[in-house]
Design a protein around this ligand. Structure first.
Ligand code: PDD
Length: 294
């Protein structure tokens, strides 16, 4: 069955789904996006993603194109039309199509709203097989990485560098030698003293929805963790490193720049966090009807 996309009020075959060449997303990367994991036809952590979408839109001075409830209805319809139960839902919202001019067009065009759904690999069962390698790469992004914008060129170049070196993720390092985040993920470490940490949220990183979900689960389980900046050297000396995101879930990193992390095996705490998150996904999948998540 061919895939179906949603574009500006219409459900269309993917091959017929188009936006204007004057779309500001294409011309200026003037837009924001979200990626939501779909399991058993349920959108996982949908309310966190929609909350972040609202923050991203507000940060670029855009009014929401519709209510969250309306967006969820369209998402449910897209899932139904694609007859897909496990996958990834991508949503892009741009400032719309207008003659090219840097400042916001007057009058404002209608925002462009695009949603696509694609098959994704099943939720991992074997954590050793799910473990990945990372490289480190200079963080060359702008000063508002907390906004989930479609302007992803530095992330694209970092990810490509990782691929060329046989790794799955690029961990970004700022000019002061501090770890910011992955090219498309949040980075967590179990430091040399055994403390679970992830970076403090500020304008240098995207506030990950998976990070937020994991943080709540850790609190519920009474597992201590700290939010603090950490350096490349600290990450290199860490016992364990893992990533979180809607596409990597909880993914162990067992090698960085071709050097083993800790003993090069999936760590105990990583395994624990993965198990807790896997249970959360299973519960969400069982409990949240798509279209009624918010
Ligand atoms: N990326 N940091 C960056 C730079 C990201 O692009 C992402 C997600 C994350 C993790 O966010 P979340 O847990 O909400 O997925 C952190 C998505 C998956 C992507 O661009 O494909």
């Amino acid at each position: 069955m061919s895939r179906v996309a949603y574009v500006n009020g219409r459900f269309l075959p993917l091959s017929a789904a188009m936006v204007s060449v004057e779309d500001r997303g294409f011309q200026f990367a003037d837009g924001v996006y979200e990626v939501i994991y779909l399991k058993d036809s349920r959108l996982i952590d949908a309310e966190l993603h929609l909350a972040r979408l609202s923050r991203s839109l507000a940060a670029i001075g855009m009014a929401p194109p519709m209510s969250q409830a309306a967006l969820l209805c369209l998402m449910a319809e897209l899932i139904r039309r694609n007859r897909l139960s496990d996958g990834l839902l991508y949503l892009q919202i741009t400032r719309g199509a207008a003659p090219r001019e840097h400042a916001f067009p007057r009058p404002l065009p209608k925002p462009t709203v695009v949603m696509t759904l694609r098959r994704a690999p099943a939720f991992p069962k074997d954590l050793n097989a799910w473990a990945a390698a990372a490289i480190t790469y200079p963080d060359q992004r702008w000063a508002r990485c907390d906004i989930k914008t479609v302007g992803l060129l530095p992330n694209v170049l970092a990810k490509q560098a990782a691929r060329e070196r046989g790794a799955q993720e690029a961990i970004l390092i700022d000019a002061n030698g501090m770890v910011t985040e992955g090219a498309s993920s949040t980075v967590w470490i179990v430091d040399a003293a055994g403390r679970l940490c992830t970076r403090t949220l500020d304008h240098a990183v995207l506030p990950g929805c998976t990070r937020e979900a994991v943080a709540a689960l850790l609190a519920r389980q009474g597992i201590a963790w700290t939010e603090r900046p950490f350096s490349l050297a600290e990450m290199q000396a860490a016992r364990e490193v893992f990533l979180t995101s809607a596409t990597s879930f909880v993914r162990p990193i067992t090698a960085i720049d071709e050097n083993p992390v800790g003993n090069g095996q999936v760590g105990e705490l990583t395994r624990k966090v993965f198990d807790i998150f896997a249970r959360h996904v299973a519960e969400e999948a069982a409990a949240t009807p798509a279209g009624k998540a918010a």
